[in-house]
Design a protein around this ligand. Structure first.
Ligand SMILES: *Cc1c(COP(=O)(O)O)cnc(C)c1O
Length: 394
């Protein structure tokens, strides 16, 4: 049996409460998801601004599909780069206040492309321990030396920067950490990068559209700008569609077009997605009420929870994790919530450190304060039940 190791590995994962299963949604709009004909109040989506099913985005996508067809047909460097992509890049550059922007098909690919194009064998990457997997994979693929420092530990980072003899230094960090919801101290990181002549790559997947008065992201939030910063963000989260981009100097964009392999050797995103994203940018900028609503909902959650054993992490972003601890218990709680018609994902190792399994509550501007109050109430009651230990599950 050449593949018997597969069954053994799967069994092992199941025994550890680590087996992952997918759910099939019949429909999902805004904050309601339907599975097996049952509707759930969902706190799973990264659609923070509630734009993924917005009529203006849908209309823009439909129109573009008629005009351009549904597929780009080729990579950007062959014949896949259409007017819709070009217009979106110009809009992203203007929106982020950077000279140029380059579109990638996904955030995962953008990170692989940026990092592998900028550093190699003689270089060193400095990375926060809680960075997104795509940044770690990018570092491994680049063959640069990868030095990870404890989460937000600036003193540890400085020590490592000071000791480095690398040709080029690249500091990489999530701007908003995807499983904790906390914000990286970007001004302090920038000071260190200046002191030790390092470049700073910011992955603003969860800040773009959300942070800053106009939703321009982490740089607007801190009111900073620097030629050292490479700004990258994804377009499948708050922007509600799909894709990613990097913004910076015109030379950076030109260089990545030459050297970023995940840019060069992949099909361009469908032009209809680019058209939907142009519409999305207008709404992100214009509808500030969506960001105000998110802050209001985070407050409703915090005020509504009366947890003793479990712990709501201190987060001011739409990512509001509740630490439960053991894998089995977080699965049992997630299942119990499902029984109440509420869907909150259980996040387990290796996505988060061992013993820190959690519910990852994602708030959306499409939620009502009543939705969030209902979730808080359900969690308060479930915590009081005897410590449940479910098995297996999702
Ligand atoms: C989601 C995410 C990515 C990957 O973006 P995709 O467009 O989904 O591939 C990269 N970095 C961070 C921090 C993310 O949260």
């Amino acid at each position: 049996m050449p593949f018997s190791f597969l069954a053994e590995e799967l069994k092992l994962l199941e025994d550890q409460g680590l087996l992952r299963r997918r759910r099939v949604l019949e429909s999902a709009t805004g904050t309601r998801a339907v599975e097996d004909s049952r509707e759930y109040l969902s706190f799973c989506s990264n659609d923070y601004l509630g734009l993924a099913s917005h009529p203006e985005l849908i209309a823009a996508m439909q129109q573009a599909a008629v005009q351009y067809g549904v597929g780009a047909g080729a990579s950007h460097l062959v014949s896949g780069h259409g007017a819709a992509h070009h217009q979106l890049e110009a809009a992203l550059a203007a929106f982020t206040g950077q000279p140029a922007a380059l579109l990638f098909s996904t955030g995962y690919m953008a990170n692989l492309g940026i990092v592998t194009a900028l550093v190699g064998r003689d270089d060193e990457i400095f990375a926060d321990k809680l960075n997104h997997a795509s940044l770690n994979d990018a570092a491994l693929l680049s063959r640069a030396r990868l030095t990870r420092y404890p989460h937000l530990d600036l003193a540890a980072l400085e020590k490592r920067l000071a000791g480095s003899k690398a040709r080029r230094k690249l500091m990489v960090t999530d701007a908003v950490f995807s499983m904790d919801g906390d914000i990286a101290p970007v001004p302090e990181l920038l000071i260190l990068c200046e002191r030790y002549d390092a470049l700073l790559l910011l992955d603003d997947a969860h800040g773009f559209g959300v942070l800053g008065a106009d939703g321009r992201g982490v740089l607007e939030y801190f009111g900073i700008a620097s030629e050292r910063i490479i700004y990258m963000a994804t377009l499948g989260k708050a922007a509600g569609v799909f894709g990613a981009f990097v913004a910076g100097s015109a030379e950076l964009a030109d260089y990545l077009v030459q050297r970023a392999r995940p840019y060069i050797y992949t099909t361009a995103m469908p032009p209809s997605l680019a058209a939907a994203l142009v519409a999305s940018l207008r709404l992100i900028e214009g509808e500030t009420w969506r960001r105000e609503r998110l802050r209001e909902l985070a407050e409703v959650l915090k005020q509504g929870l009366t947890l003793r054993r479990w712990r709501l992490m201190p987060s001011t972003t739409p990512i509001q994790p509740v630490i439960i601890g053991a894998n089995e218990e977080v699965l049992a709680v997630s299942e119990a919530l499902r029984g109440l018609g509420i869907w909150v994902p259980a996040i387990r190792p290796p996505t988060v450190p061992k013993g820190e399994a959690r519910l990852r509550i994602s708030l959306s501007a499409a939620h009502s304060p009543e939705d969030v109050a209902r979730l808080a109430q359900a969690l308060n009651e479930l915590e009081k039940l005897p410590n449940r230990r479910g098995r297996g599950g999702r």
